[in-house]
Design a protein. Structure first.
Ligand code: OGA
Ligand code: MN
Length: 284
């Protein structure tokens, strides 16, 4: 019944809702598309359970939200015959080669925060997951909860975001970047407080993984302020920890949430597929 309303049930106080009533193997009705976009802006993260999806289904769903980009930085992790998806996986192919990134996003981040045009949303689909939870923080709720003097201090400030720093601080040898890769990702500045272009809601836009410093402040001032923001934005009341089930699809808003992959024992198999969604429509 594609005409019936979807049901949104919050999964935590600050971020995320489980959505029932959608079948993502089929094209969405315009009504459902609107409800999903409204839910994404309201809850920051949406969980669709029990969706047995092909690669093309994940891409078609992502394309209702925006333009699924072809990931340029690491072509070797693309899903075969489906360049809009990347493998986040610790699984090897028949030649012993890893099919994807085994450790994506260990530190707090928002996807493509290090780019001049960051991703607006991402979809992560669970093919197989014996271990490896993902944690989200609701950054609109974080902003709302900040004391007024702190909000005032942040007005007009910009964060310097850096993929190179992310990789140096948190990467491993498998992810050593070449000079050419580094040239593709120069540092970029973004406002520390983002106003969502559609919902108008404000959200904090700094993360420990990607925000190296605050532009225009002395190193000591910048350090003190970003440490305060990192600590505030990861208080337990803003977090949701997602324990994956096979055939979960999670869609998140990169402008009002951040996330990280929690560490797990690599003896357990984990295979996820991700689309990275860029802005395309006026309503998302
Ligand atoms: C990502 C990411 C987290 C995870 O794919 O962008 O951060 O738990 N993944 O795999
Ligand atoms: Mn990520």
């Amino acid at each position: 019944m594609s005409g019936a309303d979807l049901v949104f049930e919050p999964v935590s106080a600050a971020v995320g809702a489980r959505v029932s009533g959608a079948d993502l193997t089929k094209p969405l009705s315009e009504g459902h598309r609107r409800q999903i976009i409204g839910g994404l802006h309201r809850y920051g993260m949406l969980l669709f359970r029990g969706q047995k999806l092909s690669d093309r289904d994940v891409v078609r769903f992502s394309a209702y939200i925006g333009h699924p980009e072809i990931y340029a930085l690491r072509p070797e992790i693309r899903v075969e015959d489906c360049p809009e998806l990347v493998n986040i996986a610790n699984i090897r192919d028949e030649n012993g080669r890893l099919i994807g990134l085994p450790e994506s996003g260990r530190q707090w981040h928002s996807d493509l925060q290090f780019k001049a045009e960051p991703s607006i949303a991402s979809a992560l689909y669970c093919v197989e997951c014996e271990a490896g939870d993902t944690e989200f923080s609701g950054m609109a709720a974080v902003y709302d909860a900040m004391p007024a003097p702190l909000k005032q201090r942040l007005a007009g400030l910009k964060g310097v975001n850096s993929y190179v720093i992310y990789n140096e601080r948190y990467g491993n040898n498998a992810r050593k970047m070449t000079e050419e890769q580094k040239r593709q990702v120069p540092d970029v500045e973004h406002p520390i407080v983002l106003s969502h272009p559609v919902s108008g809601r404000k959200a904090l836009y700094v993360s420990e993984g990607m925000t190296a410093r605050i532009a225009g402040l002395s190193p000591a001032e910048s350090d003190a302020l970003i440490q305060e923001l990192f600590a505030f934005s990861t208080r337990p009341e803003f977090l949701y920890r997602h324990v994956w089930q096979v055939h979960d699809l999670v869609l998140w808003d990169n402008r009002s949430t951040m996330h990280r992959a929690l560490p797990f024992d690599q003896k357990y198999r984990r295979h996820m597929k991700r689309s990275t969604i860029m802005r395309q429509f006026d309503d998302v």
